[in-house]
Design a protein around this ligand. Structure first.
Ligand SMILES: [Zn+2]
Length: 178
């Protein structure tokens, strides 16, 4: 009985997925993106982003992708500090506002500052959700839902790949490296 070369075929498909960030999706850009990008402090071409960002960060920030639950770097990350945008470095979320949501994505009940994120209606995948974007570079971060804990009742469900973590230096008391 002849066996089909399935393993190599799936490997090829897998490799194809890995390079997905360079593959242009034909999903039409939302009409409000143009007005948003006019006000962004950090603007780069998609080619420049692709050059600079790791694959997953590019997939999330620039293609509005979602990492798989429980696979990201920060869903179970407890350290004190600031979560910055992996694209432009703007401070987005504070560890003081992080909570264990059980979803497998880092979750916060509020942004570090209200102005750090933009929120836009997102009707993709047949769902009405509110998308969360970095207000400086327009990168996609995740979504915000109204089932979070007090005091806000909000749950900012954010992709680890869209974040870079800065440990709080004041929590390492008296340590000097000079
Ligand atoms: Zn950003």
């Amino acid at each position: 009985m002849t066996r089909f070369p399935l393993p190599s075929l799936s490997l090829l498909l897998f490799l194809g997925l890995l390079t997905g960030c360079s593959a242009q999706t034909d999903r039409s850009v939302q009409t409000d993106t143009a007005s948003t990008s006019d006000t962004l402090a950090v603007t780069k071409s998609e080619a420049e982003w692709k050059e600079e960002l790791p694959h997953m960060a590019c997939f999330v920030l620039r293609e509005k992708g979602t990492e798989r639950a429980f696979t990201g770097e920060f869903w179970d990350h407890q350290e004190k500090g600031v979560y910055r945008c992996a694209g432009c470095g703007q401070a987005l979320f504070d560890s003081d506002h992080k909570f264990e949501s059980g979803t497998g994505w880092p979750s916060f009940f509020q942004p570090a500052e209200g102005s750090a994120v933009l929120e836009e209606e997102d009707d993709s995948w047949g769902m009405r959700r509110v998308e969360v974007l970095c207000s400086a570079c327009g990168g996609h971060l995740g979504h915000v839902f109204e089932d979070g804990p007090r005091p806000t009742g909000l749950r900012y469900c954010i992709n680890s790949a869209a974040l870079a973590f800065d440990a709080d230096s004041t929590s390492v008391q008296g340590v000097k490296y000079d």
